[in-house]
Design a protein around this ligand. Structure first.
Ligand SMILES: NC(=O)c1ccc[n+]([C@@H]2O[C@H](COP(=O)([O-])OP(=O)(O)OC[C@H]3O[C@@H](n4cnc5c(N)ncnc54)[C@H](OP(=O)(O)O)[C@@H]3O)[C@@H](O)[C@H]2O)c1
Length: 308
């Protein structure tokens, strides 16, 4: 497994994270088997959120971990808060953050989160309240490291003005299908394609300049949860290129797609959401692959882009 020392954050953590959003579909024993399989493959980082299955993902994980024989301190448990589909709002208020963490800890059956991320921007957030909540959580030993998800440079700067702890992660959508983080640099000033639009104010460069590790969510999904592009009939060119490159390195197409994310010099982590141990084994083979400069471009172009 490729590992990373996160600047100002946890050390020696896996570049591939197991995303637990889909864990409510498993029973406790199946969840334990998957967590054990991940750990044996070198994955020591697990991503949660309070909203995944309305708390069921965290509960399933909390029930399953003791069945695995894995020591709590040997893994990184990250959760996210602030996203309330049930209440139809996003909430970064002090009280909501504190309450969410207490509920996560109780569902996960642990005393601390290694990392807490704010899931999606609360449009009316008050950075002073976030700062107060993070201080309280840090001082109480309930959260070691902090970060955000789906957050722009402006929002990060606003938070950083008040929050004392370093913000070490930004979890963002990035995959061979969803390349909007990097497209605008490729097509700068080009009026023939919508991909030239800078939608996030140079977020990828901002994260790199400020030592914020990007965690790529939904690395194999078409759009927002429209299915996996690997072997999908709508992606013939991409699958041909993934197949060719996968064959060269003796790995699956899924591994080649994840290797494409890991090859980016931002040193991102990739959050795999599979609940199938065989698929996870395939995906983790990405760690054996170092794509060449030219192969990285071959996959980017095969995903439907052109050289300007
Ligand atoms: N911060 C955010 O806003 C945000 C948003 C969404 C997700 N996330 C995080 O990102 C994680 C991953 O998201 P995701 O589940 O959408 O990611 P994903 O890994 O891109 O997609 C997982 C889906 O692809 C399928 N799949 C994987 N390998 C396959 C293969 N070889 N052939 C066919 N199907 C395959 C899986 O089915 P099987 O289970 O059958 O393999 C599963 O349905 C989540 O668990 C969560 O932690 C964060």
């Amino acid at each position: 497994m490729k590992m990373i020392n996160v600047v100002n954050g946890p050390q020696d953590v896996s570049r591939i994270i197991l995303g637990c959003m889909r864990m409510p579909a498993l029973n406790t024993q199946e969840a334990a088997d998957l967590i054990k399989c991940a750990f044996e493959l070198g994955v020591n980082f697990f991503d949660h959120a309070t909203c995944y299955g309305n708390g069921d993902a965290e509960s399933r994980f909390g029930d399953a971990l003791p069945l695995t024989g894995i020591n709590r301190e040997d893994i990184i448990i990250q959760s996210k808060c602030g996203l309330h589909f049930d209440r139809r709002e996003f909430d970064w208020s002090r009280d909501d953050i504190l309450k969410s963490v207490d509920e996560s800890l109780s569902r996960l059956k642990t005393d601390y989160l290694d990392a807490l991320l704010l899931h999606r921007p609360d449009l009316i957030f008050e950075p002073e309240e976030v700062a107060e909540a993070f201080d309280t959580l840090h001082k109480a030993g309930k959260v070691k490291y902090f970060g955000v998800s789906n957050v722009t440079p402006g929002e990060l700067m606003l938070l950083k003005k008040f929050v004392k702890q370093p913000l070490v992660f930004n979890q963002l959508q990035f995959s061979l299908d969803q390349t909007q983080l990097i497209d605008s640099a490729m097509y700068l000033n080009n009026t023939t394609t919508d991909r030239s639009t800078d939608r996030d104010n140079g977020l990828i460069d901002y994260c790199r300049l400020n030592d914020i590790t990007i965690q790529a969510w939904s690395p194999l999904q078409i759009g927002m949860f429209k299915g996996c592009f690997v072997d999908h009939p709508d992606y013939p060119e991409l699958n041909k290129a993934l197949g060719r490159i996968g064959e060269k390195y003796g790995v699956s197409k899924s591994a080649a797609a994840i290797a494409w994310i890991l090859r980016h010099p931002a040193k991102m982590q990739a959050i795999a959401g599979t609940m199938n141990p065989d698929h996870l084994r395939d995906i983790c083979d990405a760690s054996k692959v170092d794509l060449t400069h030219n192969e990285w471009y071959e996959l980017y172009l095969a995903s439907g882009k052109f050289l300007p």
